[in-house]
Design a binder for this molecule. Structure first.
Ligand SMILES: [Zn+2]
Ligand SMILES: [Zn+2]
Length: 356
């Protein structure tokens, strides 16, 4: 499915490259409908290179590929894999230092790779997807469902934010503000890291997401739009606040609440992009010596995420609560956008091949 321009998602035929020179081709098993896809469709995201095949959270089966490349990835034809969204150049300073999510070329499957660039099938909303030889590709265990496997990079984000940035230790108190896919994946990683208590907060309209959060490891869930939400959360953490607060919600009130929730000398990981810059109480950060950490995407975190994912495959699959055929991509998107078709029951949608 090609997003020709915001609001115009249409089916298009491509020829699948035979014996792709140095890359590989996968048959898509599942592609998750990320919030980024929603913003590209709405036209509120300026990263997109139109027209493009959407889909950067993908799982599939290798059907063809250059031997050397497959060897480097440690996979063979017919193996199940999940590619990372970032396609590094491996030459720029950021790539050379391992920060390939900040690569100067900014190549992202399903977002910045247009169909104008051969072979065009650079995204997961289709039957087949081409993988460039510089891709980072992870083998997927047979007992992990496609619905879970396609979230490898989302769990990778959780690993980065919870472990690498937040440095959560066993027994530390953690609050996650925002129960979308990113917040829920972070919940699974925080549970694995031994966070206790582990509080997930969301709006009362996020009821279904909060329900999933408690099923997959949150010790408590709270409505963040409750007037006394911060006080109640802090009570759970023992009064003075949380060791680590992770904010995935893209809203200024969420950041302000997080500064209130974090204990003196605690860590605050901010990953939800706010669109416009937010006003934050800097005095509180200074006087309480709060460590404020920015986070976006991940680099080198999906390896660890694959372990977390394999151990928690059923919980990860719970995030992708609703399944649609790839040809129903537009419906899947509209059900998650405010409007007539909005469905609050959907935590996160995933696309699978139509014949299933
Ligand atoms: Zn995404
Ligand atoms: Zn680079």
């Amino acid at each position: 499915m090609v997003l020709s321009e915001p609001g115009r998602l249409e089916p298009k035929e491509f020829s699948v490259p035979e014996a792709p020179d140095e890359g590989a081709v996968i048959e898509v098993e599942a592609a998750s409908v990320c919030g980024t896809d929603l913003s590209l469709y709405k036209g509120t995201n300026d990263m997109g290179e139109f027209p493009m095949v959407l889909g950067h959270e993908v799982a599939g089966v290798v059907v063809d590929g250059a031997e050397e490349t497959l060897n480097r990835w440690g996979v063979e034809v017919s193996d199940r894999v999940s590619p990372e969204p970032y396609l590094p150049c491996n030459d720029c300073e950021d790539c050379l230092q391992g920060h390939y999510h900040m690569c100067s070329e900014g190549r992202l499957y399903g977002i910045t790779l247009s169909t104008d660039v051969d072979p065009g099938i650079w995204g997961g909303y289709g039957e087949y997807m081409y993988l460039h030889p510089k891709s980072r590709v992870h083998a997927v265990n047979d007992d992990v469902s496609p619905e879970a496997a396609c979230l490898s990079s989302v769990v990778g984000n959780g690993v980065r934010w919870v472990s690498r940035k937040g440095q959560v230790d066993p027994g530390e108190s953690v609050a996650i503000v925002g129960p979308g896919a990113q917040g829920l994946a972070s919940t699974i990683v925080a549970k694995e890291a031994g966070a206790d208590p582990l509080v997930v907060m969301g709006l009362s309209s996020d009821d279904e997401n909060l329900h999933v959060a408690s099923d997959i490891g949150a010790t408590h869930t709270l409505y963040s739009d409750d007037p006394d939400a911060a006080e109640r959360a802090k009570d759970v953490a023992g009064g003075s606040g949380f060791d680590v607060v992770i904010v995935t919600a893209p809203a200024e009130p969420a950041v302000n609440m997080a500064i209130d929730l974090v204990r003196p000398r605690g860590r605050l990981v901010q990953v939800g992009l706010l669109g416009e810059d937010a006003t934050i109480p800097l005095n509180a950060i200074v006087s309480d010596e709060i460590t404020l950490l920015g986070g976006r995407g991940q680099a080198g975190d999906v390896e660890k995420a694959m372990n977390v994912l394999e151990r928690n495959a059923e919980d990860v699959a719970r995030i992708n609560s609703h399944t649609f055929g790839i040809s129903e991509a537009e419906t899947a998107i509209n059900r998650q956008l405010p409007g007539d078709e909005f469905d609050s029951e959907i935590v996160h949608a995933v696309l699978v091949p139509d014949e299933r």
